[in-house]
Design a protein around this ligand. Sequence first.
Ligand code: ZN
Length: 288
Amino acid sequence: MTDRQPDAPAIPDDAAQRRAVPPVICYPSGNLPRPDLAGYRAAAERAQKSGEILIPPREAGCFEVPAGHVFRITCTGGPQVGDLNLWNPHDLIERFYSGKTRALHGSHVSEGDRLWSGFPHLRPMATILRDTLGWYGIDAFGGAVHDVIGTRCDPYSGNLLAGTQYHHCCHSNLTRALAGHLGITPAEAEPHVHDVLNVFMCTGFTRDTGQYFMKASPVRPGDYLEFFAEIDLLGCLSACPGGDCGAEHSSDAAACFPLLVEIFAPSRPPGGWQIPPRNGYDRSHGAG
Ligand SMILES: [Zn+2]
């Protein structure tokens, strides 16, 4: 879509008619099981802080959250974007699936949306309880906050496009932090790093060329995104070298700030809540 060929295909006579066909929502959100947000929030209000980690700029850090507990990511010194990975700590193969989360909830997530794990599990890993940027909506450029459309900044794309060797992209930060947390090598940790939730990042696709864009995040110190852990979680958060991602990433040029992760233990779980079961599909795939 970025570079149209001069010998583009001929436009058919009924092009306008075909383009005018109205879209159909692939996964109507009304069909999804709804979380009891009020019950979750009541449990969160009964919670005591049980731990915290401050993620330094251009670094990442790991944290564990038991099922039924709450964690909160807060902007501290200045506008800063974070790249979040989530795993089931008992089985790292079960991890956050940004693509299906996008298909189920949309390109950007907020209160009441859930972060889903990949196949064959496909169950909610976390539910968003509070989003102080929930007011932002979709701006005039088509931008919105907390996307599940980007991947993560990485040294391979920088090398491909500019021949660089930069070591503090989110991909590398997540890899180093996970390796340190698990006591394994970066080479062993790297395959576990996956597409992220871009916390606080403001992104969209240009209307004319369909290209992924970013713009300075509207996040300010004190803003936070708060989650309810549906299963035991191992999280890893990178404070992106792009800072507010208003200009560039994959370098040390941007002003960057720490991100705070706090974990809270409710005195009792939400009424009626249970750890979600793994997906019920029988996995025979029609093979008999
Ligand atoms: Zn990044």
